[in-house]
Design a binder for this molecule. Structure first.
Ligand code: SF4
Length: 296
């Protein structure tokens, strides 16, 4: 088919909704979530069809926890036949043998690897995410096998006061590639808002400190602000999420806004016009929620 999307389209592929953690802000994990886990054959078809339809330049495996699927690496190799690939993982299931296979793949083909960990302090991390020690073990395996990887931190009320120490610790011990992500106003976050949600003013002050911390530019610090200082969102335009079963949404946050399904017979026609960003309008949010604007 003709390529209708920007050549830099990035796809987040949720290979499973299953997870061995139950993070308090997670929009994926739910004990009641019902869905059909795809077989290897079905997931292979989903990956191939997704790559044929979108011709992305990058597919990132996420979930749920991608390594819960025993065929995660085999599936990654299939996606890697089409474009650059990456994995967003909670790190708990990374063993030496997985790290070794990933290292060999990274050397030959390139691989972006990001592990989520919200703090260098066990108690702070485990109050929101859990399994600090197992994540640390996974990270150690990646270090032992000399993989390039990044660490992703979600900024919350719990880790805000120690965020600079966390950046320093991660930078010194793990990697200079650190992603700091804002908490997004999902239903799950609203349920736990009193524990997690940082009021706008406080959030702004923390961001000023984070960006100031990196003014020497030693970190490869990923943050959600454009040069203009406005929080960016490129959902639908430069990135889309494909869910288990093939539903396409603007991002993994807006999982109710189903734009189409990869397997629809008229998918090419449906995708002639890139969908418009409109989903967050309908999502309830804490009263003070607004995209943060900051001087960077
Ligand atoms: S590790 Fe990721 S998918 Fe699993 S519960 Fe936490 S945020 Fe959700």
């Amino acid at each position: 088919m003709d390529k209708n999307y920007d050549s830099k389209m990035k796809i987040t592929l949720l290979t499973t909704y299953q997870c061995n953690l139950a993070c308090k802000y997670c929009r994926v994990w739910s004990p009641n979530r019902e869905y059909k886990e795809y077989s290897h054959k079905e997931m292979t078809q989903l990956i191939k069809k997704t790559c044929e339809v979108f011709q992305p330049d990058y597919v990132c495996f996420s979930g749920g926890e991608p390594f819960i699927r025993k065929d995660c690496i085999a599936l990654l190799k299939i996606a890697g036949e089409y474009c650059d690939v990456g994995i967003f993982t909670n790190g708990t299931l990374i063993t030496s043998s997985i790290a070794q296979i990933l290292k060999s793949y990274q050397e030959k083909h390139g691989l972006t690897l990001t592990v989520s960990l919200d703090s260098h302090l066990e108690e702070v991390n485990d109050n929101v995410r859990g399994q600090y020690k197992n994540v640390l073990n996974g990270i150690k395996k990646l270090k032992q096998h000399k993989l390039d990887f990044g660490v992703a931190i979600v900024l919350t009320k719990q880790n805000a006061s120690t965020i600079l120490e966390t950046l320093e610790y991660f930078h010194k011990n793990f990697t200079n590639e650190i992603h700091v992500l804002n908490l997004r106003p999902t239903y799950k976050v609203l349920e736990n808002a009193s524990e997690l949600w940082l009021p706008s003013e406080e959030r702004l002050k923390i961001w000023v400190k984070i960006i100031d911390y990196d003014k020497a530019d030693q970190l490869s610090l990923y943050h959600p602000f454009l040069k203009s200082g406005i929080e960016r969102c490129s959902a639908s335009k430069l990135k889309l999420t494909v869910h288990p079963g093939g539903n396409i949404t603007p991002c993994d946050l807006a999982s109710d806004v189903i734009l189409a399904n990869v397997f629809e017979t008229d998918i090419e026609a449906k995708l002639k016009e890139p969908p418009k960003w409109s989903c967050l309008k309908n999502v309830p949010r804490p009263e003070d929620w607004a995209p943060t604007t900051i001087k960077v």
